[in-house]
Design a protein around this ligand. Structure first.
Ligand SMILES: [Zn+2]
Length: 113
């Protein structure tokens, strides 16, 4: 029997060539995430929220598939961008995300304020 033990740090940054542990629920390490242009981050968040929303309620399978494709595409766009982008210094890491409620949520160093 193969013993599999999963720890939260088993998840690594999705940027190519980056093996920084990010923990479950995160896609990129801080350095890579904050290197993304606001536009790409916004698209990723919007696509992800849409995908999460589509898992509830009465969304058809076809619609879910379309939304999931968009989510993967947004994610892929981010990875493509990061292939050629430098990482951001920790000092510059502050961003604003839009919560599901529509209000702005501020993050500094990846932590919600
Ligand atoms: Zn990374």
């Amino acid at each position: 029997m193969i013993r599999r033990t999963f720890h939260k740090h088993d998840v690594l940054c999705a940027a190519e060539g980056c093996d920084v542990p990010v923990g479950r629920g995160h896609m990129f390490c801080k350095g890579h995430y904050f290197s993304l242009p606001q536009e790409l981050r916004d698209q990723l968040w919007a696509a992800w929220r849409a995908a999460m929303a589509a898992r509830r309620g009465t969304t058809t399978i076809a619609e879910q598939a379309r939304i999931n494709r968009e989510c993967r595409q947004a994610f892929q766009n981010c990875r493509d961008y990061l292939r050629s982008a430098p990482t951001t210094s920790a000092a510059a890491m502050a961003t604003v995300a839009i919560a599901a409620s529509g209000e702005q949520v501020r993050f500094v160093n990846g932590r919600r304020l």
